[in-house]
Design a protein around this ligand. Structure first.
Ligand SMILES: Cc1cc2nc3c(=O)[nH]c(=O)nc-3n(C[C@H](O)[C@H](O)[C@H](O)COP(=O)(O)O)c2cc1C
Length: 190
């Protein structure tokens, strides 16, 4: 199987733990991956610090790009990044993607992934949703994106916050087409 080229964008929605656990998984699954490029918004860094109490995103063995770096490879379809995961995805970023406003690296990369008909996964987070959010989710879905809300499941009986958050991250890994040995309904005993 061809190794994957993945963009991870972290935005300023609540749920930095989802980004952290996803990046941890990508480290673990590096044998399936050729490249991981990461871009964070300013609010993503603030929320990470506020919610997790550290800045450990600086320690990952991936290439980090500035949010305005349009020279990043995945700002162009020719670099052939096949998957983009926005985790967590703010309603603001989702709205800009739905409207085609490619005014930073995250929204430009999402625009590229959609035009190239590749895989875009938005781990959208807010509650409750207004009609603008719902309409934007519909628009992104019609354009080929996947809305994967940051909504945990409980049938695997998670015991810790990390285990709860992993129920979302494991679905993201599945959607991204990466192989991982995780809880499967019907195969695992709770
Ligand atoms: C602690 C904190 C939590 C937030 N949670 C959310 C959220 O869950 N969903 C959301 O859409 N915005 C949330 N926001 C607001 C976004 O950070 C803000 O709208 C920002 O402009 C989004 O821009 P970005 O997508 O470029 O990060 C939160 C902000 C803070 C400070």
């Amino acid at each position: 199987m061809r190794k994957r080229k993945i963009v991870v964008a972290v935005t300023g929605a609540s749920g930095a733990i989802y980004a952290k656990l996803l990046l941890d998984k990508l480290v673990k699954l590096q044998n399936q991956i050729e490249a991981v490029g990461v871009v964070m918004s300013d609010n993503a860094k603030d929320v990470w610090q506020y919610e997790l109490g550290h800045q450990d995103y600086q320690n990952y063995p991936f290439t980090f790009y500035a949010k305005s770096d349009f020279m990043a490879p995945f700002a162009s379809g020719s670099a052939k990044y096949d998957t983009m995961i926005i985790v967590p995805c703010s309603m603001g970023t989702m709205g800009r993607i739905a409207a085609g406003i490619s005014n930073d690296l995250t929204t430009r990369a999402a625009d590229v992934i959609l035009k190239e008909r590749r895989k875009l996964i938005l781990v959208a987070r807010d509650t409750p949703l207004n009609l603008i959010h719902i309409t934007n989710m519909k628009t992104v879905t019609e354009a080929g994106g996947i809305i994967c809300p940051a909504i945990p499941s409980f049938y695997s009986r998670p015991q810790t916050i990390e285990e709860v958050a992993l129920t979302v991250v494991n679905r993201i890994i599945d959607l991204a087409g990466l192989d991982d040995d995780t809880y499967r309904w019907g195969e695992n005993q709770a």
